[in-house]
Design a protein around this ligand. Structure first.
Ligand SMILES: [Zn+2]
Ligand SMILES: [Zn+2]
Length: 248
């Protein structure tokens, strides 16, 4: 009886019974929505803005000093990144950061389609890809969270773009949480943490690697190395947000 009564409650009443505030800006929501976030906050994320960007990894800079004559930054020149190109929609702050947290830590999976549209906007128009590969979580973390946010975002982009998705990578070791580690520490922590699965047919393929946040790039580098080891010809990274701001 309780269940059918519940279903009969109109949406307007539902929000009266369960009043909700926007989980980002805390203003009261005026209607029932799939996610407790107001329209203003959903449309608040802004694309990356900077005077100059590295032509390869898209790192933002205030002047051209760190870039060489090809517009490429020092980290890319050092070969430390391992991937060939990187793009992100916006900076990992403000509403975008809150929305990513809601998806990742509060399990608001209905946010994924909306956020994936921002990724679509960041995708370079002059590149083509044979396959999309999400950055995997270690199975223990995936099991605890119930999903992999990178996989959710990747499957949306795959659907919009008509590019097949493949879980070609697996995490071979559980790593300690990267937060609080230095950039070099992150690289050491994550090195060799990924391997390509056998028989994924990656030889010569142009791979679009997808993750939610680009922090120091250490995770994506380790993934890119594993993909290249398995024969991938080109690895491009696409993330929703970029935490790193290098200005020198
Ligand atoms: Zn709001
Ligand atoms: Zn760069």
């Amino acid at each position: 009886m309780a269940a059918s009564t519940f279903r009969a409650i109109p949406h307007g009443l539902f929000s009266l019974v369960f009043p909700a505030d926007c989980r980002v800006c805390e203003t009261p929501l005026d209607g029932f929505t799939r996610v407790p976030v107001c329209l203003g906050c959903l449309s608040a994320p802004k694309p990356l803005e900077a005077d100059y960007f590295c032509a390869s990894c898209n790192a933002p800079f205030q002047n051209t000093f760190p870039l060489d004559e090809n517009g490429v930054c020092g980290l890319c020149r050092s070969g430390l990144l391992g991937f060939d190109r990187a793009s992100s929609f916006g900076f990992y702050d403000g509403a975008l950061r809150s929305l990513i947290h809601l998806l990742k830590y509060s399990g608001m999976k209905p946010l994924a389609p909306r956020l994936s549209l921002l990724m679509d906007k960041a995708l370079p128009i002059d590149e083509r890809y044979d396959v999309i590969v999400p950055v995997p979580l270690h199975w223990k973390r995936r099991w605890k969270r119930g999903f992999n946010q990178a996989e959710l975002l990747a499957s949306e982009v795959s659907r919009h773009r008509g590019i097949p998705i493949s879980n070609a990578l697996r995490r071979t070791k559980a790593t300690v949480n990267q937060a609080g580690l230095t950039s070099a520490g992150r690289r050491r922590n994550i090195a060799g943490a990924f391997a390509a699965r056998e028989g994924m047919g990656l030889t010569g393929k142009r791979v679009l690697l997808i993750d939610d946040v680009f922090t120091t790039g250490a995770t994506a580098s380790a993934c890119a190395r594993a993909l290249k080891k398995a024969g991938a010809g080109h690895v491009s990274l696409l993330t929703l947000a970029r935490a790193e701001r290098r200005f020198t």
